[in-house]
Design a protein around this ligand. Sequence first.
Ligand code: PGU
Length: 408
Amino acid sequence: MTSAAGGLFSHVEQGPPDPILGIAEAYKKSTNPKKLNLGVGAYRTEEGKPLVLEAVRRAEQAVVSNPDHEYLPITGIPEFNALSARLAFGEDSSVIRENCNATVQALSGTGSLRVGAEFLARHYPVRTVLLPSPTWPSHNKIFPLAGVADVRAYRYFKPSSRGLDYEGMLEDLRKAPEGSILLLHACAHNPTGVDPSLDQWRGILEVAKEKKFLPFFDSAYQGFASGDLERDATAIRMFADEGMEMLLAQSYAKNMGLYGERVGALTVVARDAAIAERVESQLKLVIRPMFSNPPRFGAAIVVKVLQDPELYALWRKELKGMADRINGMRTLLFQELQRAGAPGKWSHIVEQIGMFSFTGLSKPQVEYLTAKWHVYMTLDGRISMAGLNQASCRYLAEGIADAIRACP
Ligand code: PGU
C-alpha cells in the first residue's frame, strides 16, 4: 500500500485537468498576446473585463457599511431564501402562497445541486437520474458522489440539425424507469444553447407526469437567456403550475455576476407546507456536516438587490444589457464567419440561446485553434459568447475558417 521511498502518498496519480476550469488555467499560462479565453462561462465586457454590476456594487456598499460576521443559520438568510423562491416561481405561484417549498441557501449552483442530490439519496427511493446528452460535465459527478448512483443519459442534442432531438428525447424518457429523477436545464442549456420551445416543454411535462418523474431543474442562467427573468423561468413555472413536486437549484453566479461569492439556493417543492417543513429539517441534516452554514456576504448583496425596488429595476436593466451584448456577438460572429468563408452553415450561432454557442467544431479542430490561434475553448466545441468583442469576432472567425480547412 505504501512505498517506503516515496512516503504515504507516492501512489497518488496526477488527476486530469477539469474540462472547463482547466481551460482557464491553460489560458493563464499562455504568453501569446493574441490569446482569447472562450472557455469558462463568465461574462466579460466589450473591453474583455469582468463586470461588477452597478446594482450589485451599490448593494455591496450597503452591506459593507453595516458589517456582520456572525454565523448564519444552517439554512442561510431567511429573506434570501424567500426572495429566491419568489424569483423562480413568481409572486403569485401556488407554491409560494401555500408554502409548499423548502428553500435553503447553498454554495452557488453546484452546492445546491449537491445538497439536493444528497437529500434525494437519503429520502427518495429511486436512485436513477436522467441527464441530457450532452450536459454540463459536473452533473455526471455530483449525483453519484452524493449517492444517486444510476446515471443515465437521454438524447437532447441532434448534431445533424444542431437543434433539439425532441423525438429522441421523449423516446428515451419513455423508456426510463418510472420515478426517475429528471434533470432539466431551466433555460440556456449548457453546452448546447438549445432550449425546448413552449410546446416541447408541454410535451416533456406530459411525459414527466406519465412516468412519475421527479424533475430537478438546474437554473444557472435566469435572465441571461432572454434578458427577461420571467421568460427564463417559464419551464419551472409551467411544471409548478401543474402541481409537480420538484427540486430546483438556483445560482446567482451569472445573473448577478457573483461567481466567486458562491451564492445559490436549493428548493424542494413538496405537496403541502407540513411536508415542506419536515423536508427543510432534513436538508439541515445534510448541510450541517457538509459546510455547517453558508457564507453571508454574497447572499446579503442578493437580498438588497431583490428587496430594494430601485436596485431591482437597475439589476433587470443591467441583466438585459448583458443578454443583449451576448446576442449582438452572435450576430457579429455569424457575419464574420460568412465573411471569412468558413465552410459550413452557421445559422445555429444566431439561433442558440444563452451564454454559449455549440459551434460544431470537432476536437482536432478545437486543438488546432488553440495551438495555432491561441483560442481557448472546451474540447466539445463550446465557446462562451461573452468572451468575444467586435475585434475578436473577426479573429475567431478567421481562425475557425482556417481550422476547418486544416482539419476537415
Ligand atoms: N449548472 C450549470 C448548467 C452551469 O453551467 C454551471 C456553471 C453551474 C450549474 C454551476 O455554477 P456555480 O458557479 O456553481 O453557480 N457553469 C459554468 C461555470 C464554470 C463551471 O463549470 O463551474 C461553465 O462554464 O460551464
